[in-house]
Design a binder for this molecule. Structure first.
Ligand code: ZN
Length: 453
């Protein structure tokens, strides 16, 4: 029986209780135990407490187990912070190429229109992604997943959305499935008709990456030039969604609801069709303009409303009334050189279960780093370091319908945790631009260590 004991964390950030997302003042309560540890068995947490209690329990158990010591492996955290692995609830993990030329043009002060005219913008990524093979996309996605792990993230939501044809969207979702399910002998990329449905708990040993991935279908990311907006909405609803649902390739459906992309009525149509097929909803809303996207997500009973840079007070009230979790993405505001961050303080004060995430993507937020997002949350959105940790772990886990399995360090949950080279959790948001990850564990297995596993 594989077992592990973690001892001597300066602070064990447990985030224990209350069995639902944390709201308002609860977001500041981290459930910290000093000089603490955990007992882990078969990839799950069995006991959490002060180090001497954990050691006492190990001694008591080892006398009962004839095979010897209870813990086959002991991890001495050496006075570092131990906390749940980050849950990154909004990423575009899978794409081909990069947008270095756009980055340079933006730095020169060129507008979005000028960049698009020069062959940049989302279409350059769509073209490269459409042209990439599944093998190439798998390699690219694994590289990105490894970056996430190195920053202390153990679960990431990942969207399609750079294919925008039936076949290429299915291709992206197949690769996302492939990356998370242990391969059968000899088959690199399986035929979609014979592929198994997504594992309830992906990642871990034997998978292409130990990062646990939650797939989202974002066929409505932009309107391809070969279609009018209404024609493409029909393609998404009548061709893409039924295939995605019947092959169980995604858990969520997302739409970029924005002027020039999909308006509120078109977004509603797509979301309603997705809901009828059993998909849960998350939406890119109110990023560039306040188009009523937050109110739409509330009306539809969505799981999350993401971005919300332009959302006003009535939008916040609607989200609260409908219990929709906001997912705030300060990395994209920062990387675009924009000024207006979402109103995190008002949302927390209104009692919303706020989530923060990277929005990792090649255009507007090329960072997989949750510690960087914590820094932005504190410096630009005036969240406290404790609120930022809650928003990036347990609240994020609930936003992916996994609050009962990940996001906190409690008996019965998966042993997904990270050890950081600091004594106080506030250091995570305070020191920025320097990696602080010491080691990362998924289901009790070390999957990343500074200097290599
Ligand atoms: Zn996004």
């Amino acid at each position: 029986m594989k077992s592990l004991a973690v001892l001597h964390a300066s602070q064990l950030i447990t985030l224990t209780g209350p069995g639902r997302p944390r709201l308002g003042p609860e977001m500041s309560k981290l459930g910290i135990i000093r000089d603490a540890g955990m007992l882990i068995r078969e990839g799950k947490i069995e006991l959490v407490g002060p180090s001497d209690e954990i050691e006492g329990q190990m001694t008591a158990l080892s006398s009962q187990v004839s095979a010897g010591r209870y813990a086959s492996e002991i991890v001495d955290a050496g006075g570092r912070v131990v906390m749940p692995g980050f849950v990154d609830a909004h990423t575009h993990l899978i794409f081909a190429g990069n947008r270095l030329d756009d980055f340079e043009r933006r730095a020169r002060g060129e507008s979005y229109e000028q960049i698009a005219k020069a062959g940049g913008g989302i279409w350059s990524t769509v073209e490269k992604t459409r042209g990439a093979s599944e093998v190439d996309l798998l390699a690219q996605a694994k590289k990105h997943a490894n970056w996430c792990l190195r920053c202390g993230t153990t679960t990431a939501e990942a969207k399609s959305g750079y294919g925008l044809t039936l076949e290429s969207e299915l291709k992206l979702l197949r690769v996302l499935r492939q990356i998370n399910v242990p391969p059968r002998t000899g088959d690199a990329i399986r035929d979609s008709r014979t592929a198994r449905s997504p594992a309830v708990e992906g990642g871990g040993a034997g998978s292409e990456t130990p990062l646990q991935i939650v797939p989202t279908f974002l066929g409505a990311h932009a309107v391809p030039p070969e279609f009018s907006p209404d024609e493409y909405v029909d393609v998404v609803i009548n061709e893409m969604l039924p295939r995605v649902a019947s092959q169980r390739l995604a858990e969520f459906c997302d739409v970029f609801c924005e002027r020039g992309y999909f308006d509120v009525d078109q977004s509603r149509k797509i979301f309603c069709a997705a809901k009828r097929l059993g998909l849960n909803l998350r939406g890119h809303v109110d990023q560039l303009t306040n188009s009523g996207g937050a109110r739409l997500m509330a009306e539809l009973g969505a799981t999350t409303a993401d971005h919300l840079e332009q959302t006003d007070q009535p939008g916040i009230a609607a989200l609260k009334k409908a219990n929709v979790q906001p997912v705030l993405l300060p990395g994209s505001v920062y990387a675009l050189g924009a000024r207006r961050y979402p109103a995190a303080r008002e949302m927390i004060d209104a009692g919303l279960a706020v989530v923060i995430a990277t929005d990792f993507n090649p255009g507007s937020s090329p960072t997989p780093s949750m510690p960087m997002i914590l820094s932005l949350a504190c410096t630009q959105m005036k969240m406290s370091p404790a609120e930022a940790i809650t928003a990036s772990t347990i609240n994020a886990a609930y936003s992916l319908n996994r609050g009962d399995r990940i996001g906190s360090l409690e008996p019965g949950k998966l042993a997904n945790f990270a050890i950081f080279d600091c004594e106080d959790y506030r250091e995570l948001a305070y020191w920025f631009g320097i990696p602080r990850t010491h080691s990362v564990y998924v289901k009790g297995e070390c999957v990343s260590r500074s200097g290599g596993v």
